[in-house]
Design a binder for this molecule. Structure first.
Ligand code: FAD
Length: 317
């Protein structure tokens, strides 16, 4: 069976959920092999549990201080070593940069932001949602080893139990790949909420909040959701840019997206349109977002959200 390389996204050794989704998708194509750059002692078991037959560990202190270029070189060397049939990478900003660099190095095609992958014989077929979600495109890489980046929440991670055989790999990193270095990294203040791009539920607020995000945050917390914002809310200084969903913010694809006081401009839709279920709360029944939603509530978010929060909290008992 052909080997499918999956680049592991982790935070200080703890594997992030999008990687587990990639392992599940990789099993449709062949035998998943995880590529762990860093200390895999904490994450190896999780990777094996979710289907990694092999785990290539590149624990090289030389790589950590640098930006993405060395990671692309690691993958290049592993593709050459394993003759992998495909490489799957999480669709983060970093993941997409690695994918592009790798494609140049191994002379392959790359598909970014896939929301699903199926197999056509030996060839991966990627589904993308494009033009703000107005079109669904299926595509194949026709040159070289296919490289596909996949958006978070594109598959439910399955626990299958695999061998997870670890192999330490040493790689050679070129001087050119070390030309940009991380000089300082400050972790974002912990909010206790899930990361926006990974969350299964996102509750976002827009200009309609009038700057009062308490109802949005209260409802998000009752559901264990992440909080997002429209650009209007960010530009007004009500929320930091890290919370912005849309064309110039983050792309989210949760199971449930709740938009409160957001009109539904195309640039906002671009960041949330692939959400599985979309709910809008807006006091204007003509708001464009209502064209897209699965459920719509015409009403004032300052009344609807606290009532919804109370109902969710009551159900939890
Ligand atoms: P508005 O369009 O002003 O809508 C507010 C809504 O709240 C209205 O529908 C109103 O009926 C409703 N409302 C008001 N009060 C209440 C209430 N009490 N209860 C319920 N509903 C209420 N936007 C993004 O979001 N993300 C992006 O990444 C992004 N990138 C952009 C990039 C470019 C190049 C450009 C040109 C624009 C971009 N925008 C982006 C901006 C986008 O075009 C819209 O201006 C923005 O999304 C509007 O935000 P909003 O829906 O919160 O505000």
């Amino acid at each position: 069976m052909s080997e499918i390389l999956v680049l592991v996204d982790h935070v200080d050794g703890a594997v992030r959920k999008p990687t587990l989704e990639l392992l599940t998708l990789a099993r449709r194509l062949g035998e998943p092999s995880a590529v762990f750059i860093g200390d895999a002692s904490q994450g190896a078991e999780t990777l094996a549990k979710h289907g990694a037959e092999k785990i290539y560990v590149v624990d090289d202190a030389e790589i950590k201080p640098y930006l993405v270029a060395p990671k692309a070189e690691v993958l290049q060397q592993l593709v050459e070593k394993t003759s992998a049939a495909a490489v799957l990478i999480p669709s983060s900003a970093e993941g997409k940069e690695i994918a592009g660099r790798l494609a140049i190095k191994i002379n392959s095609g790359v598909i970014t932001d896939a929301v699903d992958i199926t197999a056509d014989g030996d060839t991966p077929v990627a589904t993308q949602s494009v033009f703000a979600g107005n079109f669904t495109v299926t595509g194949k890489v026709t040159k070289g080893t296919p490289i596909i980046t996949v958006k978070p929440n594109s598959a439910a991670p399955e626990e299958v139990g695999a061998a997870g055989t670890q192999e330490q790999v040493s790689v050679t990193i070129s001087d050119a790949a070390k030309s940009a270095k991380v000089i300082k990294a400050e972790p974002r203040k912990a909010t206790g909420r899930p990361e926006l791009t990974e969350a299964a539920i996102v509750v976002s607020g827009g200009r309609g909040t009038g700057g009062d995000f308490a109802p949005v945050e209260g409802f998000a917390d009752s559901l264990g959701a992440a909080v997002g914002a429209s650009r209007a809310a960010v530009d007004s200084g009500w929320m930091p840019h890290a919370f912005q969903v849309g064309q110039t913010g983050k792309t989210v694809s949760p199971q449930l997206y709740v938009a409160a006081g957001i009109s539904g401009a195309i640039q906002h839709r671009a960041g949330m349109q692939t959400s599985k279920t979309i709910v809008a709360i807006n006091k204007d029944e003509e708001a464009p977002l209502f064209e897209l939603v699965d459920f719509g509530v015409v009403g004032d978010l300052h009344q609807v959200l606290p009532a919804a929060t109370e109902a969710v909290t009551a159900r939890k008992g």
